[in-house]
Design a protein around this ligand. Structure first.
Ligand code: KG4
Ligand code: ZN
Length: 345
């Protein structure tokens, strides 16, 4: 089999991103090496556009995607040193996400695919996060997945392409949302996750005994709204927050989140190992997977249950085009695509 080359387009939230990924036909899953490589990878963050609002404004996001996507794709193709006609497919996020941005990406991709005469593949954004570890580390099925992003927070057992069984999910806020809201409350700005992590680095995680949501519960669900309230109340009690107060609040929040997630993942790992045995991967994906404190905790949870942690590099944890392109290649290898422009019906 020859290498497959796919352009991936991502515009479902506040990152306009495109990448070209090439599969490695020699690589086999489970050998611990990448199943493909990234030939070009560009991400245009809209942070500056949304900063003043403390969060992503869907209409502003959609307009920014319109402004930048064409040129970003052209720059990505130039970086890859190829033309659209040389692609095997164009993959694009078709949901879930902010509908305006998704439409911009989808319409752009459709036009490009039609013009270039290459197949179009619509990709589920969450599946793309999940499959990234196969691109980077050649992870084989089955694996246990923890998906922690701004919009989603779930644990799933992944037994094959399109075969996901949800073991647990958040019953209120996604964990990234909790990071973002905590950052706003502490005046740390946007995006919240990296800002909280930076502040926490000089803070005392033991100063505030925040609740550890859901710990010990028999399911694998998450909850973060109570924790968020506890931080707001503590911040109100302190009235004026010193630099050290902010650092301690951030560190105590992060510790509570890590404890809660470690407990939930531990439960899921136990069930997963009972069904599939030891030696498999615990894959962490989504923007919050960039958090070093969380990664460290997850690595010990994995070891304790006979699993090994696979966390893609930071630039592939947050939204990007490479994960979409790779998911497109996986779909191409499975068979049917969404629109085959080469078909003459
Ligand atoms: O996967 P992603 O880029 O977009 C969604 O699909 O949601 O995730 C974005 C989320 C944001 O909530 C952001 O604050 C969070 O990931 N995040 C982090 C870190 N970096 C990004 N949360 C905690 N620590 C980080 N270092
Ligand atoms: Zn995402």
């Amino acid at each position: 089999m020859r290498p497959l080359i796919c352009l991936g387009i991502e515009s479902s939230c506040d990152e306009t991103a495109a990448a070209v990924v090439v599969s490695d036909p020699e690589a086999r899953a489970g050998e611990g090496r990448p199943l493909g490589h990234i030939r070009a990878h560009l991400v245009l963050s809209q942070i500056d556009e949304h900063k003043g609002f403390g969060g992503v404004v869907p209409e502003i996001a959609a307009r920014a995607h319109i402004d930048h996507l064409d040129r970003l794709v052209a720059a990505t193709m130039a970086e890859a040193g190829m033309t659209l006609g040389g692609l095997d497919a164009i993959a694009v996020t078709s949901g879930p996400g902010l509908i305006g941005g998704v439409m911009v990406g989808l319409m752009t991709a459709k036009g490009l695919a039609l013009g270039a005469g290459v197949p179009l593949v619509g990709i589920n954004h969450l599946e793309a996060h999940a499959l990234t570890a196969r691109l980077t580390d050649g992870v084989d099925f089955p694996f246990l997945l923890l998906l922690v992003s701004g919009g989603h927070c779930l644990i799933a057992e992944v037994t094959g392409h399109g075969r996901y069984r949800r073991l647990g999910a958040t019953i209120d806020d996604a964990v990234g949302e909790a990071f973002d809201k905590t950052a706003r409350l502490l005046g740390l700005g946007y995006p919240g996750g990296p800002a909280v992590e930076r502040a926490a680095a000089t803070g005392d995680p033991a100063r505030f005994a925040f609740p550890r949501p859901m710990i010990g519960r028999p399911d694998c669900d998450f909850s973060f709204s109570g924790l968020k309230t506890a931080i707001r109340q503590e911040a109100q009690r302190l009235k004026v927050l010193s630099h050290q107060d902010v650092a301690d609040l951030a560190a105590s929040f992060q510790a509570a989140v890590a404890d809660s997630i470690a407990d939930r993942v531990g439960r899921a790992a136990k069930a997963f190992v009972a069904g599939h045995g030891r030696g498999r991967a615990l894959v962490v994906a989504g923007g919050v997977a960039a958090n070093t404190a969380l990664r460290t905790r997850l690595a010990s949870v994995a070891v304790a249950h006979g699993l090994h942690l696979v966390a893609p590099p930071m630039r592939l944890c947050t939204d990007n085009g490479a994960m979409i392109a790779w998911a497109g290649i996986e779909r191409l290898m499975q068979g049917p695509v969404d629109a085959d422009q080469g078909l003459d019906l």
